[in-house]
Ligand binder design. Structure first.
Ligand code: FAD
Length: 400
């Protein structure tokens, strides 16, 4: 096979694309992964701060995996990495209201909860938005003041209009494995290990800019001026980006993909010496009606000298200085000068809406018999494992 011809090309080196490459390599194929960024991982991005007391990592994107992540765990098992899972200490989230930080339960009306709870037996999750379903169960006020902001914090955008059944999709737990985990050095260690295994070729800093259909596959144009031929192709990128690339190849698929919205998130991680913080260790902060959705603390993996918090801001609200001032206020610092170091990342996540299942069914019907897989975090749900569930089913269709 010449350099420019490949049996399987995967566009996008996030967990979805690397997962497909892993499954293909296990079957003896030699997948090529093309990643636009200078690093693999996409939304899995562990930042390494260099500080006077040594290196310290914090997550700028995904932060926690669970023992219900069966496809991820199977890959880590293949790579003999199960011993490298690092448990996360069980800590609570704090709720930030106009009164300051407090317990999540402090804002709950138990009377409203008791009155509303019986609706659990009549509401159908698959027919409701998150607001209709969870608001129905806990009551409208409880949803507005507590549960709604908690769901927003999980998916870093307003969760109200999300289909209720695309949040917290129940999956079997592997009870012999710790409930929630990360890795020493952060979750990016896992994606790096997948990308670095023999049998998978990864090219970073190069983006696919155009796709053309051939009789026996696809021709890809790359932004370094080169071209590739892929006998089989997997697009593991956001729906708006896939829509653009597929316009000349499958315009009907493009039309469906253009209906899927994306949410922008401005993530800002701060490293702080422990001595400056009076706050007790926590999992993070859930914000009610603020400039940010949530802040995720590194406290569940404690360090002797430092703590870090990654704030996920609503887009376009605050500039860089404004963010640091707000972060200092919330964390009780004497100003941004007590922040040792800062790292920023613009994240994006899909905004799923009612009717999404129908759209995906229509899309899948258009893909039948095409040597093309569409994978990512925009099918059933946005978690790492939701993404890998789609990867596994498309792998079965495309490769097996
Ligand atoms: C702030 C945040 C917190 C989260 N927390 C959690 C969590 O705790 N637990 C959890 O399970 N999930 C979490 N998630 C969700 C999860 O991280 C993502 O849904 C998942 O990692 C998405 O993986 P992906 O491979 O589908 O897409 P992405 O990670 O977006 O990867 C797509 C890749 O494609 C590349 N690309 C795009 N266009 C091109 C092109 N033309 N050519 C080549 N490459 C291209 C991009 O550079 C990117 O690397 C979080 C997400 C965010 C943003």
């Amino acid at each position: 096979m010449s350099d420019s011809r490949h049996e399987l090309v995967v566009v996008g080196g996030g967990i979805s694309g690397l997962g497909l490459a892993h499954m293909a390599a296990k079957k003896g194929l030699k997948p090529l992964v093309i990643e636009a960024n200078d690093r693999v991982g996409g939304c899995i991005h562990s930042h390494h701060f260099t500080a006077p007391e040594g290196e310290f990592w914090a997550e700028l994107g995904a932060h926690t995996c669970f023992n219900s992540y069966g496809h991820l765990l199977a890959m880590l098992e293949d790579l003999n990495l199960l011993d490298d899972l690092l448990p996360k200490q069980k800590l609570s989230y704090q709720l930030l209201t106009a009164q300051g930080l407090g317990k999540i339960t402090s804002q709950l009306s138990f009377v409203e909860l008791l009155i509303s709870l019986p609706k659990l037996f009549s509401l159908k999750k698959e027919q409701c938005t998150a607001e209709e379903f969870y608001g129905g169960i806990v009551g409208k006020k409880n949803f507005k003041q507590v549960l709604g902001p908690a769901l927003d914090a999980v998916i870093c955008q307003s969760a109200a209009a999300f289909p209720a059944n695309s949040l917290f999709i129940k999956k079997p737990r592997r009870k012999e494995i710790m409930r929630s985990f990360t890795a020493e050095g952060g979750l990016e260690q896992f994606v790096r290990a997948i990308a670095d295994q023999p049998g998978i070729e990864v090219r970073t800093r190069v983006a696919v800019t155009a796709i053309e259909k051939l009789t026996d596959g696809y021709q890809l144009q790359l932004d370094d001026g080169t071209q590739l031929v892929a006998e089989k192709l997997a697009l593991a990128i956001a729906p708006d980006l896939a829509a653009r690339l597929l316009q000349p190849v499958l315009p009907a698929v493009t039309e469906l993909l253009q209906e899927i919205e994306m949410a922008e998130i401005e993530s800002c991680s701060v490293l702080i010496e422990k001595q400056y913080l009076k706050l007790a260790p926590m999992a993070g902060i859930i914000a009610v009606d603020d400039d940010f959705y949530s802040a995720v603390a590194r406290d569940p993996v404690p360090d002797n000298n430092y703590r870090a918090f990654t704030f996920h801001f609503r887009p376009g609200r605050l500039d860089h200085v404004g963010k640091l001032v707000r972060i200092s206020e919330i964390l009780g610092l004497n100003g941004p000068t007590e922040i040792e170091s800062v790292a920023n990342l613009d994240n994006r996540l899909p905004s799923l809406r009612m009717g999404h299942e129908k759209r995906i069914a229509a899309l899948d019907a258009l893909l039948v018999d095409q040597p093309l897989a569409l994978i990512g975090n925009w099918f059933t749900g946005v978690s790492i494992e939701d993404s890998l569930c789609r990867t596994a089913s498309e792998f079965d269709r495309l490769v097996v």
